[in-house]
Write a protein that binds this ligand. Structure first.
Ligand code: MG
Length: 244
């Protein structure tokens, strides 16, 4: 390398360095100024275990966390819907819920009569459970529908008898002291890992015989599982309360 080339090269390096340094000094980092609490450390779960901060509502042993749980059948670590609906002893508002279910392997009935159950958030807002594998019914009443409000974005149902998952983020509605609705409820649902409800704004409680509507209720209410005459099976149910 010639001496001249080397000198030119060093000049360029010095200029580039000065440019970078000036940018570095003049750039100011953006800081939001919000004082956040440190996010809590949580051990994530896996396909079979809940995360460390979840409230386990059914782990295969018993339904002691549920009112009327004794009506259902516990067999081989699974709870089978029987004799009536059940609801949690604890009340919940906004939450993250994980639940696994299987509609009967032996296909009986059709439409709404086949593998029907449901998850009622705050005992009021039903996320439908149904055997929707090649079983036509009204779309806003099929599996993963917010009953009579929104059909699922896609039908991600597995075959009858196969285990399926729901992962739900539910945001509780808010009412003022006079009972007026301030903020509606929202639901985001993954069915077997597939997004089927994307921050859907609920129109009110879900009813079979009348349109949805809101009636003021407390900020926390039990979570309920429906018995609709079909022996739908459940396992691995856990919930995490979410701040509003
Ligand atoms: Mg139902």
């Amino acid at each position: 390398m010639s001496q001249r080339f080397s000198r030119v090269r060093w000049v360029w390096i010095a200029l580039a360095g000065a440019f970078c340094a000036s940018r570095f000094v003049s750039a100011a980092e953006y800081i939001s100024g919000k004082v956040w609490p440190e996010p809590k450390v949580v051990q994530p779960g896996d396909a079979t275990k809940p995360p460390s901060d979840a409230i386990v509502l059914f782990d295969g042993k018993d339904l002691s966390q549920w009112v009327d749980g004794e009506k259902w059948i516990i067999q081989d670590g699974v709870a089978i819907a029987h004799g009536g609906g059940i609801h949690t002893k604890q009340a919940f508002g906004s939450c993250q819920l994980h639940l696994e279910f299987a509609t009967p392997a032996k296909v009986e009935g059709h439409g709404q009569g086949r593998g029907n159950s449901g998850v009622y958030f705050m005992n009021t807002y039903e996320l439908q459970i149904l055997d929707s594998y090649e079983n036509p019914t009204y779309f806003d009443g099929q599996c993963a529908a917010i009953y009579k409000q929104y059909p699922p974005l896609v039908n991600a149902s597995r075959k009858p008898g196969e285990w399926q998952t729901y992962d739900v983020i539910f945001t509780a509605p808010k009412f003022d002291a006079s009972g007026k609705l301030l903020k509606p409820a929202y639901m985001t649902v993954l069915h077997n890992g597939v997004l089927v409800q994307n921050h859907a704004e609920l129109l009110g409680g879900t009813f079979w015989e009348r349109p949805p509507s809101y009636t003021a209720h407390p900020p926390k209410l039990p979570l309920a599982l429906q018995y609709h005459g079909n022996p739908v099976r459940f396992r691995n149910i856990w919930i995490r309360e979410l701040p509003d």
